[in-house]
Write a protein that binds this ligand. Sequence first.
Ligand code: TYM
Length: 335
Amino acid sequence: AKRVLTGITTSGIPHLGNYVGAIRPAIAASREAGVDAFYFMADYHALIKAGDPRRVAESRQALTATWLAAGLDHEKVTFYRQSDVPEIPELSWILTCVTAKGLLNRAHAYKASVDQNTAIGEDPDAGITAGLYMYPVLMAADILAFDAQLVPVGRDQIQHIEMARDIAQRFNHRYNGDFFVQPEALIEETSAILPGLDGRKMSKSYDNTIPLFEGGSRKLKDSISRIVTDSRGPGEAKDPDSSSLTTIYRSFASDAQYAAFRHELEQGLGWGEAKTQLFARIEAEIGPMRDAYQDLLANPARMEEILQEGARKARALAVPKLAQLREAIGLGKVD
Ligand code: TYM
């Protein structure tokens, strides 16, 4: 069987980028024959950015409900919360000790924070926690603890997967064995970087997201109406690539529908009408899932039960894996 694994940080409300970049391809992969899938809520990762306990908990509930409403089969997929598997942070420390500091210096997220500080004349490390710095090692532990081969992610996560490969290789070399599988990123080309309202990557940190289920169809319509376009009016020829609207449309349409939509814009379709069409496409796909999302949110005990069952399945693999690793690095029990 092929092992597929991915996680989402519980630091916000799931948006269309999470859905097309990770959730949708991950669920499709989990339905293929011979696939053994592991999907989880990365709540330890959430601590790096969010200092608000209620927000982390709310985000976890929203994400759990989102995965299930989007069609995840929790009996087939191992579906869990990162913090319910203590072997993950344990492995994270073990991996920390084989990870080159220089590797972490090159991580995009850390570097971006340093650059920002430098630009405003601050101390380069001002406000940066060791958590942000160590982030890629925790992510490597998520992946390597389960010997995952394929990791469905958006393009912004590729560097982290490459770091996990590097760390796996160093460990295997240091301890002279095939302890870890080298994971590979699985990228959905057309949706790898979904743009947000303003054309930049859709991201919680840019405040340019379109929520997936939260706020209902009214909120979806309202968000879509705020996608930035130029001021060309109905009847004027449009450059389809001048707005992120067209790229978002592409993630919810067939190739033929996408081509027809571009053509209509070139022929003068008004942006308002284009937004109505985009709304209809997205709504046709996610509208039917929204009731299930609301039902799940109203039943936290049911979600907790599913996550506990997932944690049990995940630990059934992680516990023996860690025992094997402890043995290999000299921490094994003497009997
Ligand atoms: P996170 O929570 O930022 O994002 C979750 C997933 O959504 C994808 N994504 C996007 N894809 C396309 N277009 C966008 N605009 C967009 N925005 C987000 C991300 O690429 C990601 O796949 N570090 C990870 C979580 C994580 C993880 C892991 C992932 C922790 N451990 C192990 C895989 C394996 C993160 O913060 O993703």
